[in-house]
Design a protein around this ligand. Sequence first.
Ligand SMILES: Cc1cc2nc3c(=O)[nH]c(=O)nc-3n(C[C@H](O)[C@H](O)[C@H](O)COP(=O)(O)O)c2cc1C
Length: 321
Amino acid sequence: MKTRITELLGIEYPVVQGAMARIADGGLAGAVSEAGGLGIIACGGARPEWIREQVARARALTSKPIGINVMLMDPRASEVAELVCELGVEVVTTGAGSPANYMKMWKDAGVKVVPVVASSALAARMERLGADAVVAEGTEAGGHIGELTTMALVPSVAAAVSIPVIAAGGIVDGRGMLAAFALGAEGVQCGTRFLTVEECGVHEAWKEKVLKAKDSDTIVTGRGTGHPVRGLKNKFARECRKIEMAATSGEELEGMYAGSLARAVAGDVENGSVMAGQVAALVTERGTAAEVIANMVREAEALAGRSLGELAELNSRRARV
Ligand SMILES: Cc1cc2nc3c(=O)[nH]c(=O)nc-3n(C[C@H](O)[C@H](O)[C@H](O)COP(=O)(O)O)c2cc1C
């Protein structure tokens, strides 16, 4: 399968494993890259020594390209930005802000830069700054989110830029991948789908919560702080919503998020922030990273060869290819 994304990133399949703070480590990223996708090590909140270790771990699993994600609101963002060059990773994705300050350094070092965007205006700005591609992430996604849905955002971003677009938010299988390509994408990024794979080291309690989730089981918290986050409903989320309704300032809200991801990572899925996307409802299997990627690509290609009538016929029988 050849797209501008596979060519640009030097990968076999245009499937990117999205960064997941405190979860997506070298073990997961290495497995995804070895399977032909692009694995990304999430560096939000991470110490530089941990990042070095995880890059080495991924390199031990694969000789194929890997990526690093820099959360720009992280106080250590500039330190991580420099590590990207020092460690020689092939791709950097960025979240929560503009990577303008680091763009020249990364481009000079030959790193491919792929910012995550939630609007066409930001996508166009990233292209002007020199980005190689963008991830257009819809509000269905798990983690930090924008307002627009994948369905509305992807065609809008694709119309606004000439660099390739990777769609994210609500994609777990070949149906979603094909839909994303029909909307203008040349690759997909998935987070929630990779939470339950064998190589993902997230706590078993978090995996079980994803596997059991129904379509209405996610909730957005943190709108009042300006940093909305989608996760699975639990005691923590319900408390957050209650406090948000009563709060009069963003500062009042900030405190309750401190340590919430760490609690969930440690397995406290009632009192921690269990981030996952709306599409958790469609994640009903575990599998391996390689199986996820191979099945997604196989299904998308099998569906792509059919007429709308044939697709409707499959749908009427609730049949999958
Ligand atoms: C648990 C979790 C943590 C995430 N952490 C980050 C992060 O640190 N940086 C980032 O850019 N995106 C982060 N994301 C977003 C993913 O990289 C990806 O874009 C998103 O999950 C795609 O939508 P999906 O969940 O519907 O597959 C996170 C998503 C999840 C589910």
